[in-house]
Design a protein around this ligand. Sequence first.
Ligand code: HEC
Length: 108
Amino acid sequence: MNSRLLTIPFLVIVMATAAQAEDSAEIKELLQASGCLSCHSITEKIVGPAFKDVVAKYSSDPDAVGTLTQSIKNGSRGKWGRMAMPAHSSLSSDDLKALATWVMSQKP
Ligand code: HEC
């Protein structure tokens, strides 16, 4: 058995995993710094809906990321209950899109 043939796929997997971990640390920092986590969690409703419930609601919407980007930017009311989400107009459009994309990547 040629061991070099086995080493290459192994390295690719390790590198891909490292890149993913880095991504999620960055997005966690953004969630924390933007105050999202004081109202949201991935699995539990706090003030706002659980992100898993958001994914379930929008899973068949082809423009989910666009819709959520707008909701996060401009705030949202009346879709989930009586509480409203304030606007986050100081976030850059890259950050808004990254947040919306991350929310939709959570497993329902
Ligand atoms: C003050 C509490 C609060 C903060 C801070 C907050 N949210 Fe929300 N969020 C809510 C509430 C309440 C709703 C439900 C609004 C509604 O019923 O339309 C909501 C809804 C959402 C939705 C679903 C929107 C939709 O169109 O269905 C997403 C996605 C979301 N929030 C992401 C975020 C992100 C990302 C942040 C941080 C940038 C954030 N929220 C910060 C309270 C908050």
